[in-house]
Write a protein that binds this ligand. Structure first.
Ligand SMILES: [Zn+2]
Ligand SMILES: [Zn+2]
Ligand SMILES: [Zn+2]
Length: 248
């Protein structure tokens, strides 16, 4: 299995528009973060998790030639606004919870009418819930997480789990996070935030799962410069950065 981090930034991306801070002014490419998304290559499938406003740029930079399916964590715009650009990939299957499917039907109704407007993306929506499901012979295990008071999903595929936009998780879900080779988890910044883990919360959550390797994502400019924060982390924990590829 291979995972490419297409974007590792929070909803504003990094740099934040017009921000004079050291991180936004940094010339290190690791301090440039598009909105969060990963592409997972597994069992001859290319599975995209989330499809935000930077998807077009991410697809071009990473030369993404096929997409077998899209998994959506939740309906916030930094995770779904790129869906219109999926038209380049023919018919695309999107897997999301019922509430997220309803939200898409409201925000991009022209993709779902009986008679479709010519040229729109061809989307087939598949409603999922917390139950594991089969994606053309690959098992996907949804993980229930809390994004403030909004119940959203993370996903486990094999020994890889991706949990973005997390501020809490119920004890029962830890069972699904045993024996992970790689855990990717939201670590927004150092100061507390109502709907995201801080770096400290993300580290203690990751330690509780015993994942072998941990990558942090959905990072704000307020976290600090990539290299400075990386130097403070435990040996098996890394800040992800855009374009990073890992093999699991
Ligand atoms: Zn987000
Ligand atoms: Zn800044
Ligand atoms: Zn969100």
């Amino acid at each position: 299995m291979e995972v490419i981090f297409l974007g590792t930034g929070t909803s504003t991306g990094v740099p934040y528009i017009n921000c004079p801070c050291d991180v936004c002014q940094s010339t290190d490419s690791k301090d440039k973060r598009l909105r969060s998304s990963v592409l997972v290559s597994v069992d001859t499938k290319e599975i995209l998790i989330d499809c935000g406003p930077d998807f077009r740029q991410q697809a071009i930079v990473n030369d993404i030639s096929t997409i077998s399916a899209v998994l959506l964590t939740h309906e916030h715009f930094d995770h779904v606004t790129g869906i219109d650009d999926l038209r380049a990939y023919g018919e695309v299957e999107i897997y999301a919870e019922e509430r997220v499917c309803q939200s898409l039907k409201r925000t991009i109704p022209y993709c779902f009418g009986e008679i479709k407007y010519p040229g729109v993306p061809l989307i087939s929506l598949h409603e999922i819930d917390e139950m594991p499901f089969d994606l053309h012979n690959t098992e996907i295990v949804p993980i229930r997480i809390w994004h403030h008071k909004l119940p959203i999903l993370g996903f486990r595929i094999g020994a890889f789990a991706y949990l973005t936009d997390i501020s809490g998780i119920d004890d029962k879900e830890y069972e699904k996070l045993q024996n992970l080779d790689v855990l990717v988890v939201d670590a927004l910044r150092l100061k507390p935030h109502f709907s995201h883990f801080t770096l400290e919360q993300a580290i203690s959550f990751a330690e509780k799962t015993n994942a072998k390797e941990v990558y942090f994502t959905h990072i704000s400019h307020q976290l600090g410069k990539h290299d400075e924060i990386q130097s403070l982390l435990p040996h098996n924990m890394m800040l992800a950065y855009d374009g990073l590829k890992i093999t699991i």
